[in-house]
Structure formats: structure tokens, C-alpha cells
Design a protein around this ligand. Structure first.
Ligand code: SF4
Length: 224
């Protein structure tokens, strides 16, 4: 398990504002950032795991099948992947629950930004440790092709007890994680950058990380 050194993650105002809908102005960003960071304790579990089987619409990682044509295509040339769960911790949820709606919304944006930056930091750590040139990540629930229910497979892969013991994160019957500010996913080596947003045509998404790519969408979904 890895405690991410939050000091190594530089949270800049523009990164926070990036997560807000365009029409929302964000006054006093620094105060909100201070309050959020005092209550965020980024922690992560991850480990290397190996591809044991591959079919068109599913892939087997260390004996566990993951149902996703997009994931299967992305892992076509890959032998080793890095499943992970990252969380802001229980403290943030408790603090956020006591706030009024607008404040809670602002702090949510900051926590989401920290989760995104934490995942970027984890990719850097994995690249350095395993001497990889480039990595991408996929998260269950970001595409219809890989629904949220598949988080259960990631919990199995990483060990529910290990996750509870080290992160105090659990999965509810509706496949949501508690604490809420937690993300599960798979990091994998690749020669080509991939973002789920490239296959998602949702309009005005404030979290979009890449434009919708119609050609890529056709390429992936003709395969799946
Ligand atoms: S555009 Fe938004 S909803 Fe679609 S995958 Fe990206 S972050 Fe998720």
C-alpha cells in the first residue's frame, strides 16, 4: 500500500476551476483548497497483475474476468497491468457532510481534482518503478461498456480485506464506494494515449479530459 505524498501534488487554482462548469465562478479558491486539503488524506493500494486470458468482450486478470470490449482491446498487446484503488479518506466525507450545499459542491470539486492528480502521480510512480515509457488508465463506470458493477471485480482482484484494512474503503450493494471520494481503476502500459472521454459524447462535462473522437469511437465499437 502506498500513502501518496500530498506535498508532491501541486494543486493550482486553474486545475480546480477546470473541474467546474463554465458558468460557475469560484471565489476564494485558496480558502476552500486549504479546508479541503486539511481533511484529505490520499491513500492508494495497487499491485502488478497479469493477463491470463483474452476474448473480444472480456479479459482475464489473475483469474478474474473483466467484461469490457474496450478494456480487452486496450490490453490486446499487454501482459501486465496495475489495478488500484485511491481514496481521499473518511475525514473528507465527514467534513463535507456538515457543510451547506454550495460549499459542499466546491469542496467536492477540489476532492475530485485531488483524486485525478493522485491518479496521475500514481502513473508516474508506476512508470518510474517498472521502467515504462507511457501508461493510460481506465475506470469502471466511465463508459457503458465497462459499468460500475465491475468495481466488484477490482475489489476481488486487490482483496476486499486488504482494501478495508489499509484504506477503510468498502463497496456498497449498489457498487458505490465508501468513502465516496474514492476511485478504482486499472493502469496499463501503452504506446497510444487513451482517455475514456474520447469515446464519450456527453456534452458540457466539466471533468472532460479529452475531446470526443468519432473515428476512435467507430474503431472501438466496431470491434466490441
Ligand atoms: S466526458 Fe465526462 S462523463 Fe464522459 S468519460 Fe469523460 S469525465 Fe466521464
Amino acid at each position: 500500500m502506498l500513502y501518496l505524498d500530498q506535498g508532491s501534488i501541486k494543486l493550482e487554482e486553474k486545475q480546480v476551476v477546470f473541474g467546474l462548469p463554465r458558468e460557475v465562478s469560484f471565489k476564494g479558491v485558496e480558502d476552500y483548497v486549504d479546508r479541503a486539503l486539511q481533511n484529505i488524506n490520499l491513500k492508494v493500494v495497487y499491485r502488478p497483475a497479469y493477463i491470463e486470458g483474452r476474448e473480444k468482450s472480456r479479459v482475464n486478470i489473475d483469474g478474474i474476468w473483466f467484461s469490457s470490449g474496450v478494456l480487452s482491446l486496450n490490453l490486446e498487446e499487454v501482459e501486465r497491468v496495475f489495478p488500484y484503488i485511491i481514496t481521499c479518506g473518511q475525514g473528507f466525507d465527514e467534513m463535507s457532510a456538515s457543510l451547506e450545499m454550495l460549499e459542499r459542491y466546491y469542496l467536492d470539486v477540489i476532492a475530485n481534482t485531488m483524486l485525478r492528480l493522485g491518479q496521475e502521480r500514481l502513473r508516474e510512480i508506476i512508470r518510474e518503478k517498472y521502467k515504462l515509457e507511457k501508461t493510460s488508465r481506465m475506470n469502471p463506470g466511465s463508459l457503458q461498456d465497462w459499468p460500475l458493477e465491475q468495481q466488484k471485480q477490482l475489489f476481488k482482484l486487490l482483496g476486499e480485506e486488504e482494501i478495508m484494512c489499509n484504506l477503510q474503503v468498502r463497496l456498497t450493494d449498489s457498487y458505490l464506494m465508501l468513502p465516496q471520494k474514492s476511485v478504482a481503476g486499472i493502469i496499463y502500459p501503452t504506446e497510444f494515449s487513451f482517455e475514456s472521454c474520447q469515446l464519450c459524447n456527453r456534452e458540457n462535462c466539466p471533468q472532460r479530459r479529452a475531446p470526443f473522437d468519432e473515428n476512435k469511437w467507430k474503431q472501438y465499437y466496431s470491434y466490441c
